[in-house]
Design a protein around this ligand. Structure first.
Ligand code: UDP
Ligand code: MG
Length: 316
């Protein structure tokens, strides 16, 4: 079997403090793998600048000039978000490599295990998922929200790999299948388990960010969680239906009781609590339900517009 060409896809958003170091580190890993004859000499790093507002792109350009063959770059015209930056990188590297690894620019996902990914591919696996063994370096808040996220996803019946983010290696064949998913609401972690093929999980310890701050604000985290659930599960809509049924059932019993009370028992002094409480309760449930339905309509709206998922401004 000929040695595969590896493309390492690195999404970068305002990573000027760290990107230089990350390129050097990943570059040396690439060289090492080439020396060990595991990957071809055409393998390269692919830095995807996701509309950074700092010096990230000019640093990438400079690094490209020092080694144009193995450091390549792609500049998106705006901040399209992490998922779309990864997608842009994958689709644009498609004809330049046989295997594709996505990794965060801060190298919190231990790059030393890339060799294990390659070995797993050579053993015949088409998707290799990196899974965090522990979250020692994450803040308590990140731990709790992340755990809650995976649990809710499971509850909603979405098949995702527990504690796997976007650190994964895929084959050309898998990428060809990914290309057939045209959805505007992209949640890669949900798509790959759907694609199937032979896969392997590799565990690693998540390291600390060595410089800069997390580019995943609470808003971006919540939006990823909402997108993940609503793009892959219609359970929330089903839950609304069930809630409706249950409330309808109780109100039926109440109505019967009221009628009996009025005509046969005869003391219809209406209590304040029993009038006001249902108004709040049902009003709340109705608003929540409308909101959930609105989320799905918003999704449909985004899908039918068929807007491009990312726009490329420059390619190195
Ligand atoms: N990122 C991106 N676009 C964004 C936000 C983040 O391309 O809008 C990139 C970021 O540069 C990094 C990766 O996505 O390479 C993960 O982000 P980060 O490390 O800040 O997230 P965390 O590890 O805190 O979840
Ligand atoms: Mg990070």
């Amino acid at each position: 079997m000929p040695k595969p060409t590896l493309a390492i896809i690195i999404p970068c958003f305002n990573e000027q403090e760290i990107i230089n170091r990350s390129i050097i580190k990943l570059g040396s890993i690439l060289e090492d793998l080439q020396k060990k004859q595991k990957i071809s000499s055409k393998s390269f790093l692919y830095l995807i600048n996701d509309g950074s507002r700092d010096q990230t792109w000019s640093i990438i350009k400079k690094m490209h000039q020092t080694n144009p063959k193995s450091i390549k770059g792609l500049k998106l015209s705006n901040n399209f978000g992490h998922q779309y930056a990864v997608l842009a990188g994958l689709l644009h590297a498609k004809n330049k490599a046989n295997i594709f690894l996505s990794i965060d620019a801060d190298l919190q996902d231990d790059p030393k295990i890339i060799e294990k990914f390659i070995d797993a591919y050579l053993e015949g696996n088409q998707i290799i998922y990196g899974v965090r063994r522990e979250r020692k370096t994450d803040s308590q808040f990140k731990k709790i929200t992340a755990q809650g996220f995976y649990n809710i996803m499971r509850l909603m019946g979405v098949d995702i790999i527990f504690n796997h983010a976007d650190y994964r290696l895929i084959s050309r064949q898998v990428l060809d299948e990914l290309e057939k998913f045209p959805e505007a609401n992209l949640f890669l972690r949900g798509i790959f388990p759907l694609i199937g093929f032979k896969h392997k999980i590799i565990y690693y310890n998540r390291l600390e960010r060595t410089a800069g701050i997390s580019k995943y604000s609470l808003k971006k985290m919540l939006s990823l969680a909402f997108d993940g659930i609503t793009s892959f599960s219609i359970k929330p809509l089903r839950m609304i239906t069930w809630t409706g049924f249950i409330i309808f059932f109780f109100s039926l019993i109440m109505s019967i009781w009221v009628i009996i009370d009025k005509f046969f028992i005869g003391h219809t002094v209406a209590g304040w609590a029993s009038t006001v409480l249902p108004i709040y309760l049902i009003g709340g449930i109705q608003l929540l339900s409308l909101g959930i339905i609105g989320e799905y309509i918003g999704k449909i709206y985004k899908e039918v517009k068929h807007r491009p998922r990312y726009i490329i401004e420059e390619e190195l």
